[in-house]
Design a protein around this ligand. Structure first.
Ligand code: PXL
Length: 275
């Protein structure tokens, strides 16, 4: 075995920093770690943030995002990557262009636009760059209902039929698969719609009774990425990640991290080892 072969498989997050530690690249690295995968990070923006909201955003310039990507991709064996908050059209374009040169990396695109608190995390002008440059490079895109509506430039899905239609429509941007997350809907049941290989699969689960939902989407896309690094096929990675997030949501319901929307409990597995 050569030195190169012995490099361990890596999950990469390309995302913003959440100073409160519940979402963004902090959520991603925690998720990679508890799932047993080595994580690396390329920072696209730094937010000043807590459980009450986002107090400030400092985007990183596209040239320095590219420098970080070059450093990581030129040395580490990145098997799968995810994007989270990309903040500006220039960064979306740079990430798409640089990952276009690394076609073997499985790419999960979480098209982050707005924080749980309602604060904007993406410039409006970047949405078209997602459509034209980043989605065609993606293995999987994981929008919530408002993000899917923005990408499609239509109203938010109001029914399961709408969700299925929108999931299929997003596939026309050139990604191989779409997971349309139903968490922003209403009612006691959440339905996530996976469109993959020209087929639709529904993942139904009870809505967790919690206000601690900060970082749910980040954690889901990070868990999918970690499962891909571990060798799962896409469908199994998605199914496993949905269960992971459900358990993190249920365990996090009782946590008090700050005064408002706290994070999911990335450490819920610790209860297994202490019993
Ligand atoms: O959950 C979306 C998200 C992604 N990235 C960063 C965030 C948030 C939500 O607050 O802060 C950096």
């Amino acid at each position: 075995m050569t030195q190169t072969d012995r490099r361990i498989p890596v999950a990469l997050t390309i995302a913003g920093s959440d100073s409160s530690g519940g979402a963004g690249l902090q959520a991603d690295l925690k998720t990679f770690t508890v799932l047993g995968v080595y994580g690396a990070s390329v920072v696209t923006a730094v937010t000043a943030q807590n459980t009450c909201g986002v107090q400030g955003v400092q985007p990183i310039g596209a040239a320095f995002v590219e420098a970080q990507l070059d450093s990581v991709l030129g040395d580490l064996r990145v098997v799968a990557a995810k994007t989270g908050m990309l903040a500006t059209p220039e960064v979306v374009a740079s990430v798409a262009q640089r990952l276009g040169q690394a076609p073997d990396i499985a790419l999960v695109v979480d098209p982050v636009m707005v924080a749980t608190s309602g604060d904007l995390l993406l410039a409006e002008a970047a949405i078209d760059v997602y459509r034209t440059l980043l989605l065609p490079r993606a293995l999987l895109v994981t929008p919530n209902l408002p993000e899917a509506a923005k990408l499609l430039d239509e109203g938010e899905a109001q029914s399961l039929d709408d969700c299925i239609r929108q999931a299929k429509a997003l596939g026309r941007f050139g990604c191989r698969a779409v997971l349309l997350k139903g968490g922003h809907g209403h009612g006691p049941e959440v339905v996530d719609v996976l469109w993959h290989n020209a087929e639709v699969e529904l993942f139904r689960h009870p809505r967790a009774a919690t206000i601690n939902t900060h970082g749910t989407g980040c954690t889901l896309s990070a868990a999918i990425t970690a499962q891909l690094v571990l060798g799962d096929a896409l469908r199994e990675a998605v199914a496993g990640a949905i269960v992971f997030v459900e358990r993190a949501l249920v365990s996090g319901a009782a946590m008090v991290v700050g005064r408002q929307h706290g994070p999911v409990d990335h450490l819920f597995l610790r209860d297994r080892s202490s019993s």
